[in-house]
Write a protein that binds this ligand. Structure first.
Ligand SMILES: *Cc1c(COP(=O)(O)O)cnc(C)c1O
Length: 420
């Protein structure tokens, strides 16, 4: 459910026509719907009612400061994966006691920054990381709240690049060694063992893997209690999918599956949803540059490119592509929708059936809110595009389009001694 809808055959973000935004800000651009973001948070939060819980929005999905502020104002905490993300949280005045820190490769500097800020817990992914945290905490004369991220060894049935819960993946502590790890962590100075966490993957469209993960971690929590390790938090990660082409379960069904094995444990439940919060709350609006036909194919060349949205080539992701104005639709054709970048991977859709647009027409790449702008780059020296947040009839520019100076910031032209 989202608030990108046609009114009089013109696609709107809430009450604002996308064509008006294109005129005001130029193309391409990302636009997010505040009403949709709020709704997603509320539906997810409602699904967990009756359970002591904290939603830590996985901000790597979409981390613009205004978006973070919106979620923080609704009571969200944050799941971060770098010191940069921590600084974003601090910049918007987020409560550090609602921040969890995930990731397999935290540096000592990042660990120190997290302890300095006083975050809720660090989700630890390896034995050496445990030791580093203990050492850094000791140096700072602080105690470090930690949680071990367990790899539950299951197949969440999603794209391999976003599947993290299988034993072959780099994530988490092997299921078979969790007890050893806790015993070892218990023996280390300066650590408070406060939680257990897991995160099995992303764009998961079936509740079964969540239920399985829940059961596996519940069993660990019970075993640890017999070893006098009493945890406070159970962090079940994110991963719930959104409808791109497939149909994921609604949050209520997801929550029911997740909660079933956990009810008797009476721990505080933490979840880290990212995509399900932001995915359908954003679209990428682009303009058609050229229509091109070869002997074998038809191409629609647009001004957006893989540097703006890399999901199609990175994950073979499907994004619906809609005409912004459908008052005068062209005939249905089968075409590739491609960008200007010099890579065959620069496409938004292949062999897609859509209405043939005219040159200069606007197209909306739907469900682009999550893992879109955050992965944008300046490849081909293209400016990263603006981000706009719509709330009712108001549109706010929440990130400016890069200027050429932004693109070359930090570069130096050196005079080489070797001459030419
Ligand atoms: C990426 C990530 C998430 C969010 O995943 P979504 O599929 O966007 O919900 C949550 N937790 C961790 C540890 C992650 O790496």
């Amino acid at each position: 459910m989202n608030y990108f809808e046609y009114k009089n055959d013109q696609l709107h973000a809430e009450d604002v026509p996308l064509a008006d935004l294109a005129q005001r800000f130029g193309t391409p651009f990302y636009v997010y719907s505040a009403r949709t973001l709020r709704r997603h948070f509320r539906v997810f939060d409602d699904a967990l009612q009756g359970t002591d819980h904290l939603i830590c929005y996985a901000m790597k999905a979409l981390s613009n400061l205004s978006i973070l502020k919106l979620f923080a104002s609704m009571g969200a905490g944050f799941d971060i994966v770098s010191v940069g993300e921590l600084m974003r949280c601090l910049r918007i005045g987020a409560d550090p006691r609602k921040i969890v820190f995930s990731g397999v490769g935290k540096t000592d500097e990042e660990i120190a920054a997290a302890l300095e800020a006083g975050i809720l817990m660090i989700n630890v992914e390896s034995r050496p990381e445990l030791h580093h945290i203990s050492t850094v905490a000791g140096r700072m004369k602080r105690r470090a709240p930690v949680s071990l991220r367990v790899n539950p060894d299951l197949d969440p049935g999603t794209h391999p690049h976003i599947s993290t819960g299988h034993r072959d993946s780099k994530f988490g502590v092997p299921l078979s060694q969790v007890d050893e790890y806790y015993a070892e962590a218990k023996g280390l100075a300066n650590l408070d063992l406060v939680g257990l966490s897991t995160h099995i993957g992303s764009q998961i469209t079936d509740v079964a893997p969540f239920a399985e993960a829940g059961e596996k971690v519940a069993a660990i929590v019970k075993r640890l209690r017999t070893a006098a390790i009493a945890l406070k938090y159970l962090d079940l990660g994110g991963g719930l999918g959104i409808p791109y082409a497939e149909t994921p379960p609604p949050p209520a069904e997801y929550a029911a599956a997740l909660l079933k094995p956990l009810r008797e444990l009476s721990l505080k439940l933490i979840t880290e949803p990212g995509r399900v919060m932001a995915g359908n709350a954003g679209v990428l609006v682009t303009r058609v540059l050229y229509l091109k036909e070869t002997d074998v194919k038809r191409f629609i060349v647009i001004d957006g490119a893989m540097n703006d949205l890399i999901r199609p080539v990175l994950y073979e992701a499907y994004h619906n592509i809609l005409p912004v104005d459908r008052r005068k639709l062209g005939q249905t054709v089968t075409a590739d929708v491609v960008g200007p970048v010099c890579e065959s991977g620069d496409f938004f859709a292949r062999d897609r059936e859509l209405n043939q647009p005219r040159e200069g027409e606007l197209l909306a790449v739907m469900s682009a809110g999550a893992y879109g702008m955050v992965m944008a780059s300046n490849y081909n020296s293209r400016p990263r595009v603006p981000e706009i947040l719509v709330d009712g009839a108001e549109a706010y520019l929440i990130r400016e389009r890069d200027t050429f100076d932004d693109i070359i910031r930090g570069e130096h032209i050196v005079e080489l001694k070797g001459g030419s």
